[in-house]
Design a protein around this ligand. Structure first.
Ligand SMILES: NC(=O)c1ccc[n+]([C@@H]2O[C@H](COP(=O)([O-])OP(=O)(O)OC[C@H]3O[C@@H](n4cnc5c(N)ncnc54)[C@H](OP(=O)(O)O)[C@@H]3O)[C@@H](O)[C@H]2O)c1
Length: 214
């Protein structure tokens, strides 16, 4: 499978390396494929090619959206046509944060979510919210004493969610489907919860797990 990682930051690099490790062909989307940022991302992934966001989307079977919140709308709109009918895993968080001051809040909350915005900006793509509720170091092959952590997901397309569940299992996660993309409103607040715990404890490798009684 050809996977477009739309983003050159820590999340893009980590998930790109994860997909490459599973034997997939990875293309990295960026504004400038010749930039130092793009070269660094390609080097971190190991085996990948940097392209413009639109070209990466065109080349791909599925995509991961790993852009800053400010870059998300332009990238979603630029890639929308090339991602029609394809799975798009949305890992984006819209945060209003100043870590040094301990301030972490959602920039977008209440009656909407990033997931819903992304689905509206690329109406023909099959958007699935995932990977936003954990820090990048634990996104691929996390190791916890209590077993596999939980990745909450949401999306409108059943087949795309099934594909995401399967990919998450290969990355070492149990997925829990929370429903349509509107449920991204419930999943996205897990990010500030995760970050505040990190700031209070100085640990950056925790994750959420849904426990069910026997
Ligand atoms: N860091 C984590 O542990 C973590 C965990 C879960 C979710 N997230 C979320 O995942 C996303 C990616 O996070 P990150 O830390 O890996 O990277 P990031 O620094 O937040 O974003 C990097 C990407 O955003 C693109 N970008 C920035 N401004 C843009 C603009 N105006 N137009 C188009 N593209 C623009 C950059 O493009 P160029 O390549 O052209 O520079 C780059 O590819 C964020 O939404 C973040 O909240 C992060």
């Amino acid at each position: 499978m050809k996977v477009a990682i739309l983003g050159t930051g820590n999340v893009g690099q980590t998930l790109g390396k994860g997909f490459a490790g599973l034997g997939h062909s990875v293309v990295v989307g960026t504004r400038d494929p010749q930039s130092d940022t793009a070269r660094k991302a390609v080097a971190a992934i190991g085996k990948a090619t940097a392209m413009t966001f639109a070209d990466a989307a065109r080349a791909a079977d599925i995509a991961v959206l790993a852009t800053s919140w400010s870059g998300t709308e332009p990238v979603a709109r630029t890639t929308a046509a090339n991602l029609a009918d394809k799975l798009v895993i949305d890992a984006v968080n819209a945060l209003d944060a100043d870590f040094a001051k301990g301030k972490v809040a959602l920039a977008l909350a209440g009656s909407t979510s990033v997931g819903e915005k992304v689905q509206a900006w690329m109406p023909n793509a099959k958007v699935v919210k995932a990977f936003n509720s954990v820090g990048y170091p634990a996104m691929v092959n996390p190791s916890f004493q209590l077993g596999k952590p939980t990745m909450f997901i949401a999306g409108n397309d059943g087949g795309a969610k099934q594909q995401t569940v399967s990919l998450l299992a290969q990355f070492g996660w149990d997925a829990v489907d929370m429903g349509s993309i509107e449920a991204a409103r419930l999943i996205e607040p897990l990010a500030p919860l995760w970050i505040v715990h990190a700031l209070r404890t100085g640990t950056w490798t925790h994750a959420f797990k849904l426990l069910v009684t026997n």
